[in-house]
Design a protein around this ligand. Structure first.
Ligand code: PGA
Length: 256
């Protein structure tokens, strides 16, 4: 059975004091959830400057550390970028690649995202590959074509075997930060589609990979989403910034 993963994407929010309070709250809340097969894995992705401090604070807890982005290059003249090896050294076990904000605001192409995916994997970091369509693409009936293109870039570059060491996050762009969550059925349809695309190449990989949903997940809609057969947790933005909100989602997952 696939485990549920609840991942917090803090985006460009927080400061030392707020992060410390947030992590403290998450750790103490998690310790109150009984260990069971249903207890989800928990991941936080703080902004880069805070990775070291968060790493120190989560030491010995069940919270894992991830990066919000990673360079596709190993080193050298790339001002402002952070290599996979640097993130690995800072204790990151996951890195988001291809978040829609990176694609839309910073011009990341699917080929570049595929290169980031491969670079993260090569450094021993689990890439969380974000895919998703805009409202315009959905309304034009292009959702599956868009997702297929985003997946194909990674499959062509790294091969299906690499997906076994990755996580996929379906995040419809129209649901991110808008309060407009996809319904469980809408999300399930796309998650199923993703699994079918992967199944065509390797049924075991398709059955094993965690596919998260992201886009306005909150404590009161998480159980409905995570209860769907192909949804294995969430990538949480706004609701990952307050311990109580984030824990409500973790608790909803733990009851499934
Ligand atoms: P949201 O963000 O939960 O605020 O919609 C999700 C994301 O962008 O990962």
């Amino acid at each position: 059975m696939r485990k549920i993963l609840v991942a917090g994407n803090w985006k460009m929010n927080g400061d030392s004091a707020a992060n410390s309070e947030l992590i403290g709250g998450i750790i103490s809340g998690l310790s109150g959830i009984a260990d069971s097969a249903a207890k989800p894995d928990v991941l936080v992705c703080p902004p880069f400057p805070y990775l070291a401090a968060v790493r120190e604070q989560i030491a010995g807890s069940d919270v894992q550390l991830g990066a919000q982005n990673v360079s596709e290059h190993p080193s050298g003249a790339h001002t402002g970028e952070t290599s996979p090896a640097m993130l690995q050294e800072m204790g990151c076990t996951y890195a988001l690649v291809g978040h829609s904000e990176r694609r839309a605001l910073y011009g990341e192409t699917s080929e570049q995202v595929a290169a980031k995916f491969a670079a993260a994997l090569a450094a021993g970091i689990t890439p969380v590959l974000c895919v998703g369509e805009t409202l315009q693409q959905r309304e034009a009936g292009n959702t599956e074509a868009v997702i297929n293109e985003q997946l194909a870039a990674v499959l062509d570059n790294s091969g299906i075997g690499a997906i076994a060491s990755a996580v996929i996050a379906y995040e419809p762009v129209w649901a991110i930060g808008t309060g407009m969550t996809a319904t469980p059925d809408q999300a399930q349809d796309v998650h199923r589609f993703i699994r079918v695309v992967l199944e065509a190449q390797d049924a075991d990989v398709a059955a094993g990979v965690q596919i998260l949903y992201g886009g306005s997940v909150k404590g009161d809609n998480a159980a409905g989403l995570f209860g769907m057969p192909d949804i294995d947790g969430g990538l949480i933005g706004g609701a990952s910034l307050k311990a109580a909100d984030f824990l409500a989602i973790v608790e909803a997952a733990a009851t499934l």
